[in-house]
Ligand binder design. Structure first.
Ligand SMILES: [Ca+2]
Ligand SMILES: [Ca+2]
Ligand SMILES: [Ca+2]
Length: 148
């Protein structure tokens, strides 16, 4: 039999747990136009990563639309004993001269998610241009965290 020496050569505790998690974020963005039709964008971002149970993971997903809008989804992932938690989540809606603008015109919280091992959980957030009272500048953001 092969020797077991070396198999425990790690600094992680024996009960360390790592989960491979996919976060999929689908955007439906409407860019209001004073002339012509509104511009509509439906990008999706996907991120697969390994979450150990000793750290928090701060993440940002971004989408742009119509030359004037940028939507940013910020969230924190934590993992304990195989269960994944999405916390401190927020969707920020920027609208201005370009899609690199820092003109924050709307924001909304993401509810906290608890995703047991073997499950996927999703949530939807709506945000719009409340600062300039332009409800046709808006985004619907669907977030799925897959802990399978
Ligand atoms: Ca516009
Ligand atoms: Ca535009
Ligand atoms: Ca604006």
């Amino acid at each position: 039999m092969a020797s077991a020496v070396g198999l425990v050569a790690t600094t992680a505790p024996a009960d360390a747990v790592t989960r491979t998690v996919q976060v999929r974020i689908s955007y439906q963005i409407n860019d209001y136009e004073t002339i012509g039709s509104d511009e509509i964008c439906t990008p999706t971002t996907r991120r697969v990563e390994n979450l150990d149970d000793e750290h928090y993971f701060h993440r940002t997903s971004r989408a742009r639309c119509g030359g004037e809008i940028r939507v940013e989804v910020k969230y924190t992932l934590d993992q304990e004993n195989g269960t994944v938690f999405l916390t401190a989540g927020r969707v920020n809606f920027y609208e201005g001269d370009t899609d690199s603008t820092n003109d924050l015109d709307g924001t909304a919280r993401i509810r906290k998610l608890t995703i047991p091992a073997g499950r996927a959980v999703d949530t939807t957030v709506n945000v719009s241009n409340t600062a300039e009272n332009e409800p046709r500048d808006r985004a619907r953001v669907s977030i799925t965290v897959d802990n399978r």
